[in-house]
Write a protein that binds this ligand. Structure first.
Ligand SMILES: Nc1ncnc2c1ncn2[C@@H]1O[C@H](COP(=O)(O)OP(=O)(O)O)[C@@H](O)[C@H]1O
Ligand SMILES: [Mg+2]
Length: 262
């Protein structure tokens, strides 16, 4: 686990940075279950610049979560490479991989895990405390982020007093408070109505611009994906070619409210 690290500067104060943050080359992750092979990620290549938000849009089962977990280094790919600022993730030692995860990556999960009996502000400060900061410093660093996600009036509430959408925003503030340079967001709008959903994606997009962070968003939500700087379409573990993407987006918009929600 990384030693204590100063929290990111307050929103809006950091300079912009434009450089390649992430390079993904021919990435493959196949699962083997009950004698069957599932090609969850099947030769995916893309890159992500610092300061950019890229949305990978696909229906349920298209390989989005597997792709994100492989980029985070939780899953080891069986083919291809992920480079973070030129460094291959699979070649990192266990210690270096932990440092990459704790210092560089902010993973926004689809399911929210807050501590039920702990105040919102302490929940938001949790990762900073785990990084070695005092609770006092960590809560002071977390408060601007809670304000930024619209929860400045909820600091002393307990998670059970919040709506699902508010809980999701606490989880997002908790990740952002740590100042990650690479934000990986797996269906971050799953618990939100469309207005809140757009606000959360706009927030991630402005964090990318202001902090020079890269945001990789995977989602089945077409409206959320539309806010990103760039969009790609994932189908059956493969990114579609540019020409097919236009057609696929048309197909996906028809599926939007159908059985593919997850
Ligand atoms: N641990 C696993 N073992 C076997 N198959 C899996 C596993 N995790 C995911 N899959 C399969 O891989 C495919 C992609 O899954 P996933 O990455 O979760 O897609 P998405 O996030 O787009 O819904 C699906 O067919 C899913 O059933
Ligand atoms: Mg998923």
């Amino acid at each position: 686990m990384a030693a204590s690290k100063p929290a990111s500067p307050p929103p809006g104060t950091a300079g912009r940075e434009r450089s390649t943050l992430l390079e993904v080359h021919e990435l493959k992750k196949h699962y083997h279950s009950l004698g069957e092979e599932v090609r969850a990620v099947d030769g995916v290549s893309f890159d992500l610049q610092a300061g950019e938000m890229l949305a990978i849009h696909g229906p349920s089962g298209s390989g989005k979560s597997t792709l994100l977990m492989t980029v985070a280094g939780f899953i080891r790919p069986e083919g291809g490479r992920v480079l973070y600022r030129g460094q291959q993730i699979a070649a990192l030692s266990e210690r270096e991989r932990c440092s990459y995860l704790s210092r560089e990556v902010g993973f926004i999960h689809q399911s929210i895990h807050l501590m039920a009996h702990v105040k919102v502000v302490e929940n938001a400060a949790l990762y900073l405390v785990l990084d070695g900061m005092s609770l006092r410093e960590a809560t002071a660093a977390a408060i601007p982020w809670l304000e930024r996600v619209g929860l400045g009036q909820r600091l002393s509430h307990r998670p059970e007093q919040l709506s699902g959408g508010e809980r999701q925003r606490v989880a997002i503030a908790r990740v952002l408070a740590r100042g990650p340079r690479l934000i990986l967001a797996d269906e971050p709008t799953g618990n939100l109505d469309s207005v809140r959903s757009a606000e959360v994606i706009e927030l991630l997009s402005s964090i990318a611009r202001e902090q020079g962070a890269g945001v990789l968003l995977v989602t089945h939500d077409l409206e959320a994906a539309a806010i990103a700087d760039r969009r790609m379409v994932l189908r059956d573990g493969r990114l579609l070619e540019a020409a097919d993407q236009v057609q696929a987006r048309g197909l996906l918009s028809g599926e939007r409210d159908g059985a593919h929600r997850r």
